[in-house]
Design a protein around this ligand. Structure first.
Ligand SMILES: Cc1cc2nc3c(=O)[nH]c(=O)nc-3n(C[C@H](O)[C@H](O)[C@H](O)COP(=O)(O)OP(=O)(O)OC[C@H]3O[C@@H](n4cnc5c(N)ncnc54)[C@H](O)[C@@H]3O)c2cc1C
Length: 222
């Protein structure tokens, strides 16, 4: 299994607990939109602590980008990533993953689970082929939404936001349930791309199948 040592080129918090890292791209390193890799921090005591993160950059970009939710409430790897800066090192493995674009459809993401869709939608936008796709993103509060402006620019009215905790005028404030899916999706004969916490993916997939989506049209990390 190949390992690649890369330097962090830039870091930036894009919400209170989500950090964007721009890192060097190893020569000849190739991934497809939606793929992830195992990442470790290149520092003593942390080199064997592998955690999966998804590439969010364009495949043609000179650098790699990751968008990472930092869990400060326990002493895991993301808490350490929260403290990293330009010049610090990461170790990457080979890309892997089962989420890939199979055709126009409905993307449903919970929180930081949107990262594979960032790569896919950026790629489609770059190729002028984003038409026919919708993104439904659920977050706790408006402040937790990542890339609000960019998604709005790419998708216009096909970028839908749901908040589970905050009463924001003009936005849906509720959880994704059966009624909401009926209202927002309408056509269940299309591809569905689902990503988020395990329970979220399981629940949404079950609802979609119940509403008429075929299991073959569901794309999610297995
Ligand atoms: C294929 C794949 C791609 C992914 N891509 C991304 C991505 O692009 N961006 C991203 O942000 N995440 C992504 N993730 C999720 C990411 O890998 C995890 O959030 C990360 O591994 C957590 O590492 P950690 O060491 O900080 O937490 P760990 O210690 O590994 O804990 C994992 C989870 O357990 C919970 N937990 C464990 N202990 C505690 C505790 N004491 N208190 C509270 N909670 C606790 C946390 O909620 C956390 O989510 C991806 C996951 C997979 C499987």
């Amino acid at each position: 299994m190949s390992e690649y040592r890369v330097k962090i080129l830039n870091t930036e918090f894009i919400t209170p607990d989500v950090k964007r890292l721009t890192v060097e791209k190893p020569k000849g390193y190739v991934f497809t939109p939606g793929q992830a890799t195992d990442v470790a921090i290149d520092a003593d005591g942390l080199r064997d602590q592998w955690r999966p993160f998804t590439f969010t950059s364009l495949t043609t970009s000179r650098h790699l980008e990751f968008i990472i939710k930092i869990y400060r409430d326990h002493d895991g790897v993301t808490k350490r990533i929260g403290l990293l800066h330009e010049g610090d090192g990461l170790i990457l493995q080979e890309p892997f993953g089962t989420i890939e674009y199979r055709g126009p459809g409905f993307f449903i993401a919970g929180g930081a689970g949107v990262t594979p869709f960032v790569a896919i939608l950026r790629d489609l936008h770059h190729k002028n082929a984003i038409r026919g796709n919708t993104l439904l993103l659920t977050n706790r509060m408006a402040v937790d939404v990542i890339m609000d402006e960019e998604f709005t620019k790419m998708l216009g009215k096909n970028f839908l936001k749901i908040f589970t905790r905050q009463n924001v005028l003009g936005f849906h404030e509720r959880r994704i349930d059966r009624d909401l899916l009926i209202t927002l999706v309408q056509d269940f004969d299309q591809h569905f791309y689902v990503c988020g916490p395990e329970g979220f993916v399981k629940d949404i997939n079950a609802l979609l199948v119940d509403l008429g989506a075929s299991a073959e049209q569901l794309v999610f990390e297995r």
